[in-house]
Design a protein around this ligand. Structure first.
Ligand code: SAH
Length: 258
């Protein structure tokens, strides 16, 4: 990593790209991209967003495509600093919101250690935006007074201990990075007596190929399997899922069988 070049005004913008639909980027995000010298972008960001950046800007993919190894965080941090010192304005484009399981603060902290100014532009997090696009409100008067956003996979690879507590509560529970852990998570909700709690899984929320399955805790695993749901997907547990039109159809179906 070299010395700062003369006449380069180094700065970094941590930019939340939203859940996937390129129109869900904020106006402030568009303006930041328009002044980018370098864009470092992740797997969960829509590449059409790069069109907002000048043609001459350097665009570097630092994410993970399914199956491939991801860039170590350390490498991303160093690249970000190197580009900022040599080229000026680095826009670090991250899926959803930079601070919701986005490791955004690690990047902010690293840049601060080089005294490079960082600004943050929040993005629509998939955790709220993806349920919302399905018309599933994370809170609803008289139904859900709070919501949890939990990772299904912690640093140690385990299901987060918070899920055990969340499953005991009346809160809406949104689980990111949890698809592979669905059997374990279902087990936790069942152990909390929530066999019939409305549950949804949404794959690629906000994208053209978005897919959704709706059921209850005890059916969701086989439904997701039947529909061959793949990552990126999020799980929604809570009474609010019953507000989704396809849940209402499910109830009608059950009623007609009974
Ligand atoms: N910072 C991001 C989350 C990063 S963690 C945000 O605020 O949205 C990555 C996880 O988010 C994925 O494994 C998946 O569980 C979830 N996710 C991100 N985008 C998604 C989308 N469009 N549809 C469904 N889940 C999504």
């Amino acid at each position: 990593m070299g010395e700062q070049r003369l006449n380069v005004e180094s700065r970094i913008t941590l930019l939340g790209a939203g859940p996937g639909d390129p129109d869900l980027l904020t106006l402030k995000g568009v303006k930041a991209l328009q002044t980018a010298d370098v864009v470092l972008y992740d797997a969960l960001t829509n590449e059409t967003l790069l069109e907002h950046a000048p043609e001459a800007a350097i665009k570097v993919y630092v994410g993970k495509r399914s199956g491939e190894h991801s860039y170590p965080q350390d490498t991303i941090n160093k690249l970000m600093i190197d580009y900022a010192l040599n080229y000026g304005h680095v826009v670090r484009l991250k899926g959803g919101d930079p601070f919701v399981f986005g490791r955004g603060y690690e990047e902010l902290d690293y840049a601060a250690s080089y005294s490079i100014p960082v600004s943050v532009i929040p993005g629509i997090s998939s955790s709220i935006g993806v349920p919302g696009l399905q018309q599933i409100p994370v809170t609803h008067r008289g139904m859900s007074e709070s919501f949890w956003v939990i990772t299904g996979t912690t640093t140690s690879g385990e299901v987060s201990a918070d899920i055990y507590q969340a499953a005991q509560s009346n809160a809406t529970v949104v689980v990111l990075m949890g698809l592979k852990k669905l059997p374990k998570i279902v087990e936790i909700f069942k152990a909390a007596g929530k066999h019939h709690l409305p549950t949804a899984v949404v794959q690629n929320g906000s994208a053209e190929d978005e897919r959704l399955v709706v059921g209850v805790v005890e059916t969701i695993e086989s439904l997701a399997q039947q529909e061959n749901i793949k990552a990126p997907a999020l799980l929604i547990f809570g009474e609010v899922v019953s507000l989704h039109p396809s849940f209402k159809n499910l109830i009608k179906q059950y009623a007609s069988i009974a």
